[in-house]
Design a protein around this ligand. Sequence first.
Ligand SMILES: Nc1ncnc2c1ncn2[C@@H]1O[C@H](COP(=O)(O)OP(=O)(O)OP(=O)(O)O)[C@@H](O)[C@H]1O
Ligand SMILES: [Mg+2]
Length: 271
Amino acid sequence: MSRESKIIGIISIKGGVGKTSVTANIGAALAQEFNKNVIIVDANFSAPNLGLHFGLTQPSVTLHDVLSNKVDIGDAIHEYDKHLHLVPGSLLNEKINPYALREKVKKLKAYYDVILLDSSPNLNDELRAVMLASDQLLVVTNPDFPTLSTTMHAVKVARQKRTPIVGLVLNRVRGKSFELSVEEIEESCGVPIIGVLPEAITMPESVAETTPATLYKPHTDVAVEFKKIAAALIDARYRDPRFFAQFRNLFRTDPRKEDVNRDMMRKGILY
Ligand SMILES: Nc1ncnc2c1ncn2[C@@H]1O[C@H](COP(=O)(O)OP(=O)(O)OP(=O)(O)O)[C@@H](O)[C@H]1O
Ligand SMILES: [Mg+2]
């Protein structure tokens, strides 16, 4: 078994907040920047679309075949590149037992450093199965009240299931005054924010290009933030290579809360 192998579930109980985008991009960042062996699994059983982010339109074998015991999970692995593999889902919606997920993905720990599980936005057996199969959860949220209320609920359910939450990822931030702040969201949820991703046209554009933004436009703000989140998850550090970012940081007197949280995570203070 890989020494640090862990299964991280990417969850929210609201649709469209960015779970699949976060899964694809953190997976790509871990594989490309940090040479980790990564597998991403589409556990959004009713509406899978993780494969589309990588140009996989009609996978021959899927997680559905695994969960209906037709094939072994090893036979459902698609190789995107050397370090990044994928288990896609099927839109045909065969009858499956979502709770078999835990036992099936556990087998992957012997071969991969990080296993990321994308999930359903509905608080149903599909999402509960991901919570139970994960060693840790990353909760994706947006800076608005409707999303915050569902995020608070997701945190509560995860705690009931006793799956540790590694942090929140705040996505689609436009920097508008009406948006909820990092502090307000952290205080409401009682969970630190370990990444703040801007609203970025690169995100839907990269889906159309079937290449995660971290690979498609690696030097954009959104891509760099994905790499920083990926680094924190494996206890590593990512230094923004862009000259302007380094110059700006020289004069920064107020560190960003998410940077502080990531530092604390690395020092083992956060958990
Ligand atoms: N930071 C961002 N900036 C701009 N668009 C984004 C951003 N993050 C995600 N999107 C877009 O928002 C849409 C929904 O994203 P995504 O599919 O990742 O959400 P999801 O939480 O997985 O949705 P579902 O719950 O339906 O599975 C997509 O079109 C995606 O490209
Ligand atoms: Mg999704």
